[in-house]
Design a protein around this ligand. Sequence first.
Ligand SMILES: C[S@@+](CC[C@H](N)C(=O)[O-])C[C@H]1O[C@@H](n2cnc3c(N)ncnc32)[C@H](O)[C@@H]1O
Length: 241
Amino acid sequence: MQAAPTDHAAQTFHDGTYRKLGFSAQRLYPNEELLRFMGSYYFSLPLNERKMLRFLEVGCGSGANLWMIAREGFEAHGLDLSQEGLLLCEQVLARWGVNATLKQGSMIETGYPDRHFDAVVDVFSGYCFDDKNFNTYLDEVARILKPAGRFFAYTPSKNNDSFRDPGPSRMIDDSTLDGLHRPTSPFFGQYYPFHFTEPEEYEALLVRRGFSVLRNERIGRTYRSREEYFEFTSIHAQRGG
Ligand SMILES: C[S@@+](CC[C@H](N)C(=O)[O-])C[C@H]1O[C@@H](n2cnc3c(N)ncnc32)[C@H](O)[C@@H]1O
């Protein structure tokens, strides 16, 4: 699928880093908050029920989370803009001896049928948008989830030094910088729309789309020996019937 034009900067950046850094571009092991989501609703299910559940990771990148979803016995699908990321993802899946269906494309126009997935998970991927496209992305998540399907997102909050002190970065809208241009920012060098979402804002956007919010937390850490604070919103939600 052709990426939407507004995604081009994110695609160029991620293709470049996967090509240059290979597996060092991302983690090799799953995100801890995603494991908490899986543990909250899915790990108690027997294997015969797990294989009936269809999971999509949007922005699966090099597969650090997707291999775990497949290995735990769920039907795993991964979508990413970056072909270079997906090539690494294929290798990771093979290394763990598991299968997932991969697709190159944008999460704002996925091409999947309506009500197709039991769960959609987003680990630090649905932030590469301005506010308008972020809303389009959430419409798409609501469209492709089955009724009662669950959504997990882990995305930068605004309680964040990178957002409060953006240095030379420009605001595109109330929630988006044109990239992280301050050299001391933890994600310096990511020059594409970079969206920050407060837990309360995320909750309102999901409730408006018919979701109930199950959990909504702030997850923070420091960088440069506590000089710089970076925080994520970690949200679990369930689509209404
Ligand atoms: C920071 S990486 C995270 C990768 C993976 N979720 C992980 O935790 O290792 C962000 C990923 O989102 C992908 N991405 C960014 N914008 C996207 C979009 N509009 N549609 C699909 N993937 C996108 C990038 O190519 C990249 O692989």
